[in-house]
Design a binder for this molecule. Structure first.
Ligand code: ADP
Ligand code: MG
Length: 392
């Protein structure tokens, strides 16, 4: 088991916290601040227990120092949300001498936001020298950056090996919710998988076949499954090099007694554009030149039936091109169904979470995972290096 905030004594200590403040920034202002808000419980707990806080995060993918990727707007937004001063110094990164001096001068009980960890090339290499500098900034380390837990970087894995460490509330919540899916899901357990590519999701599908009772497949991914079985999917997006994999996954499902629901029909159009003329066809008989862009009404009915009576649901991947109406209809319909289920429901994945947030139903989902890549790797059964480093 990983350690949590309950296991750490932070009174009068300096606490280095790895947060995921990788938020959209435009014209020097933070756009969607969900990730900053998500870290507040951990920061407030630590502050109320008398800790001095030193926070670090990456922002974007800068190659070295980059004016457009400074943490200044993030520090400013955090200051508003926390309602207290946040110290920040624009510099060459958390490994620079200026930053070291700035951290040394931090008054007792203050909050300091370090510069973008990725300004230092040693960060993504998990360089021990950078990890040692970061560890020197504090007495204890808290990791609350679930979205970065699948990367072994100096600010996630390296530093955790050098200081007494624990998971923050957000990381703990993620690990408990996702862990429940793999370890002790209440059955029946249904998994809804959509999105762009089968190749992105093979690991997740095969691992979840071990624990799920039903798998509902939609999105572009479904066409690869249907075409692999000899269906005509028109001009829909298909991965020919995944046909064997798709057939193999279906065979594994059958062997394990997992029922698979593929979309019986699809909403199609000649081109992908907002408000184009659409037609519904059986997914295995889409006319030449037509693109399948959303699941059809029969498919939605079948998914709803398959979700009835379930006690656990995990959903990754939009069921259609939800960015372009009317091809969001299937995704919205299933979001409504999932929100109404009296089940433990989890949504994970960057686009899936955006889609569910867009419906306004997010607060009726049991758990919304903040880490796309990390959540999928966790559900593939992989060990997340940032978490392994916190294990006692
Ligand atoms: P997530 O980020 O939640 O893991 P993915 O990245 O796998 O999800 O997939 C999301 C993308 O899949 C969206 O951009 C969506 O438009 C696309 N998609 C879904 N259905 C289709 C379809 N029928 N044809 C083409 N693209 C699709
Ligand atoms: Mg995505």
């Amino acid at each position: 088991m990983f350690r949590t905030l309950e296991d750490l004594d932070v009174k009068d200590k300096r606490v280095l916290v790895r947060v995921d403040f990788n938020v959209p920034v435009k014209d020097g202002r933070v756009g969607d601040d969900t990730r900053i808000r998500a870290a507040l419980p951990t920061l407030e707990t630590l502050a109320s227990r008398g800790a001095t806080l030193v926070l670090m995060s990456h922002l974007g993918r800068p190659k070295g120092v980059d004016e457009s990727a400074r943490m200044r707007p993030v520090a400013a937004r955090l200051e508003e949300l926390l309602g207290r001063d946040v110290r920040y110094l624009a510099c060459d990164g958390p490994g620079s001498p200026e930053e070291e001096a700035f951290v040394r001068d931090a008054p007792h009980g203050s909050v300091t936001m370090l510069e973008n960890t990725r300004f230092d090339a040693r960060e993504t290499k998990n360089d021990p020298a950078l990890a040692r500098i970061l560890a020197g900034y504090a007495d204890v380390f808290v990791n609350d950056a679930f979205g970065s837990a699948h990367r072994a970087h100096a600010s996630t894995e390296g530093v955790a090996r050098l200081l007494p460490s624990a998971a923050g509330h957000l990381l703990e919540q993620e690990l408990r919710a996702l862990g429940k899916l793999l370890e002790r899901p209440e059955h029946p357990f249904a998994v809804i998988l959509g999105g762009a590519k089968v190749s992105d999701k093979i690991g997740v599908i095969s691992n979840l076949l071990e624990v799920a009772d039903r798998i509902l497949i939609g999105g572009a991914m479904a066409f690869t499954f249907v075409a692999a079985q000899g269906g005509n999917v028109g001009a829909s997006r298909v991965e020919r090099d995944q046909f064997d994999t798709a057939r193999d996954l279906l065979a594994q499902a059958e062997e394990k007694g997992v029922s698979v629901v593929l979309p019986e029909d699809s909403v199609c159009a000649r081109e992908l554009a907002e408000g184009v003329e659409t037609a519904v066809y059986p997914t295995h008989a889409i006319p030449e030149g037509m693109l399948g862009l959303d699941v059809g009404p029969r498919a939605i009915d079948a998914y709803r039936k398959a979700l009835e009576g379930t006690h656990t649901v995990f959903w990754n991947g939009p069921l259609g091109v939800f960015e372009t109406p009317p091809f969001d209809a299937g995704t919205v319909a299933i979001a409504q169904t999932v929100a109404e289920l009296p089940a433990f429901t989890v949504v994970g994945g960057g686009d899936s979470v955006a889609a569910v947030n867009g419906t306004g139903l997010a607060d009726r989902i049991g758990h919304i995972s903040t880490g796309g890549g990390a959540a999928l790797e966790f559900l593939e059964g992989k060990t997340l290096p940032g978490v392994a480093a916190l294990e006692s």
